[in-house]
Design a binder for this molecule. Structure first.
Ligand code: NAP
Length: 247
């Protein structure tokens, strides 16, 4: 168990990739706190799955867009689980449509949920990580932020923003022994992608060299690597986990 006695905080841990990350970190020995927005039942289930592995778990309902809420979440994690070694900025949404039809609300919601949330939580963990003299921040971006995607001007802007944030914050915190890296997943089977039509799915598979979508666990495995001592000399990097789309 490579994360024994570590404490992790995952935003958006009730479903999909965040759930898989929370469980994978617990499998490696970490105590795990996670946030969610509204899926109380799903969150309780994930909490139980973490506890069944013999780890401490906190499921905290908190809107990641809210900066005061993020500070309260971090304060609670430090109080109840004593420390915070790993932050995974995973909470995210899509509101896809062409720019011509995109409302200001669609833009704001997606930017605030995907990008501002990462600012909120990264800012809140800086102090505890600095006083511990170590930490790992892992941002879940997207290949949409690397290569763009029609219909996702809001989402790809947010995800590209996360990549810029990863690199700048990595430079700010490197001397404090805090590493900041990002993962850019391709297409992962979660509630976020289930809405794709068969035609969209077909078109998508045609651009994936590995000819399949990912399971959430295949993203979580890379989070475990970045959270572990195995990535001790990496910071400011973006790992594309996408079946070969970006190369
Ligand atoms: N699926 C993909 O193909 C894919 C590809 C690239 C990147 N990603 C990124 O991976 C991350 C996870 O995506 P996913 O596919 O696992 O999505 P998902 O299945 O829709 O799950 C989203 C998670 O984020 C939480 N969340 C949403 N808005 C929130 C808010 N305002 N405050 C707090 N939590 C919030 C949800 O909480 P509730 O359950 O309470 O709603 C849920 O736990 C996102 O950042 C996404 O952009 C996904």
């Amino acid at each position: 168990m490579i994360l024994k006695e570590k404490t992790a905080l995952v935003t958006g841990g009730s479903r999909g990739i965040g759930r898989a990350i929370a469980i994978a970190l617990a499998d490696e020995g970490a105590n795990v706190a996670f946030t969610f927005k509204s899926a109380i039942e799903a969150a309780e289930k994930v909490k139980g799955e973490i506890e069944s592995r013999g780890r401490k778990a906190l499921a905290i309902q908190s809107d990641a867009k809210d900066i005061n809420g993020a500070q309260q979440v971090v304060d609670r994690v430090v109080k109840e689980l004593q420390r915070i070694d790993i932050l995974v900025n995973n909470a995210g949404i899509t509101k896809d449509t062409l720019l011509m039809r995109m409302s200001e609300q669609d833009w704001d919601d997606v930017l605030d949920t995907n990008l501002k949330s990462a600012f909120n939580f990264s800012k809140a963990v800086c102090r505890p990580m600095m006083s511990q003299r170590e930490g790992k921040i892992i941002n879940i971006s997207s290949i949409s932020g690397v290569i763009g995607n029609a219909g996702q001007v809001n989402y790809s802007s947010a995800k590209a923003g996360m990549i810029g944030m990863t690199k700048s914050l990595a430079k700010e915190l490197a001397s404090r022994n805090i590493q900041v890296n990002a993962i850019a997943p391709g297409f992962v089977d979660t509630d976020m992608t289930v809405k794709l039509t068969p035609q969209q799915r077909e078109a998508l598979l045609s651009i994936i060299p590995m000819k399949r979508t990912a399971k959430p666990e295949e993203i979580a495995n890379v989070v475990v690597f970045l959270a572990s001592p195995a990535s001790s000399y990496m910071t400011g990097q973006v790992l594309c986990v996408d079946g070969g789309i970006v190369m």
